[in-house]
Structures are given as C-alpha cells and as structure tokens.
Design a protein around this ligand. Structure first.
Ligand code: HEC
Length: 156
C-alpha cells in the first residue's frame, strides 16, 4: 500500500473511533445468574400509553417503542446481588433484559458515577445501532427526572 493510502486509512480509523458510540459500561459476565427484581413490558408503537403513568415511564415507552420492529418487548430488571440499593460500589450494577430481542441495557458504577452500555446476550456492543442505545441517551433520562432515579439507577 502506498504511504499516502496508509495515512488516509489511519486518519479514517482514528475518526471512526471518535464518531461511533461505544458502551461505557462493560458487558457484565454472569448477569443471567442475578435475581430478577421485577419484570415489565415496553409497549409496541401501536399501543396507547396510559396517561397516568409517571412522566419518566411515558418517555421510556416512547423512546423504545421501535424495538422488535415496533412490537415492543417484555423485560426483566436484574440487579447485581453484590450491590446495595442507593449505595453503589464500583462494578456491574444491573441489567434491563429485553427478553423478546435478547438485548441487555447495562448499568455499571465507576468512581461512584453510573456508566451505561447496550449489548446482545452474547456480549456484542450494539450502542451505535440506534441513537437511543447511545450511553448519552441513557444518562440524560437516568439523571433527568429528579429523584425518580438514585445515582443513575431507577429501580428502588
Ligand atoms: C427515557 C428514559 C430512559 C432511557 C432513555 C433509558 N432508561 Fe433505563 N430505565 C428507565 C426507567 C424508567 C427504568 C425503570 C424500569 C422499571 O423499573 O421497570 C429503567 C431501568 C433501567 C435498568 C434497570 C436498573 C434501573 O436503573 O432501574 C437498567 C440497567 C437501565 N435502565 C439501563 C439503561 C441503559 C443502558 C440505557 C441506554 C441504552 C437506558 N437505560 C435508557 C428509563 C430510561
């Protein structure tokens, strides 16, 4: 390869790592042995969202109603038994397991701060597959509704 082509490749590679989103939380090994705290469902886009739900839940339904070709998905919330609610140590914290599409939304804590990620069950990082899977989207909602979430975690 000519030197100039090589340099162009290097620059493009560098740019792609800046532009493409990446999960901030790591894939939590052993998540499937964590106890299920509770279960729920992301409603499909054809289903009316009950108006009496809390604003954060309405926003969550609107944000994720595209999953599973707009049919929504059942989910389990699993919390790492090594974590204590509200007082999160560094390490994996919890997952929201979208069972119909086999996707995990992942929270971890690092130096006291919540970090987010999105993976397939097999551990493939899919945070760049849709804007709502970008860690920035997670942070905005998980910190933007007052005390609906404590230290980046919405399950009490
Ligand atoms: C528009 C709001 C919203 C966005 C965006 C959002 N979440 Fe959540 N998340 C919630 C709500 C509300 C719950 C609680 C659901 C329940 O209790 O059934 C939740 C629950 C979770 C849980 C279970 C633990 C907890 O905090 O309750 C994880 C893990 C999680 N989200 C990760 C993510 C990740 C990763 C992203 C980004 C890819 C994300 N969330 C984006 C609102 C949001």
């Amino acid at each position: 390869m000519k030197l100039i082509q090589y340099l162009v490749c290097l620059v493009l590679f560098g740019l792609s790592s800046i532009v493409l989103a990446e999960s901030d939380a790591e894939f939590p090994k052993g998540w499937d042995s964590w106890p299920v705290h509770h279960s729920g469902r992301i409603l499909g886009k054809e289903t009316a969202i009950p108006a009496d739900l809390p604003p954060i839940v309405i926003e969550t339904m609107k944000t994720y109603n595209w999953v599973n070709d707009g049919k929504g998905s059942a989910y389990n919330v699993r919390l790492n038994p090594a974590q204590k609610a509200g007082d999160y140590k560094d390490g994996p914290t919890g997952v929201l397991e979208l069972t119909d599409i086999k996707v995990l939304l992942v929270t971890e804590h690092l130096v006291g701060e919540p970090q987010y990620g999105a993976y397939t069950y097999e551990g493939k990082d899919i945070s760049d597959a849709h804007p709502s899977l970008n860690p920035k989207a997670c942070t905005t909602c998980h910190t933007g509704y007052g005390d609906a979430c404590i230290n980046g975690v919405c399950t009490k």
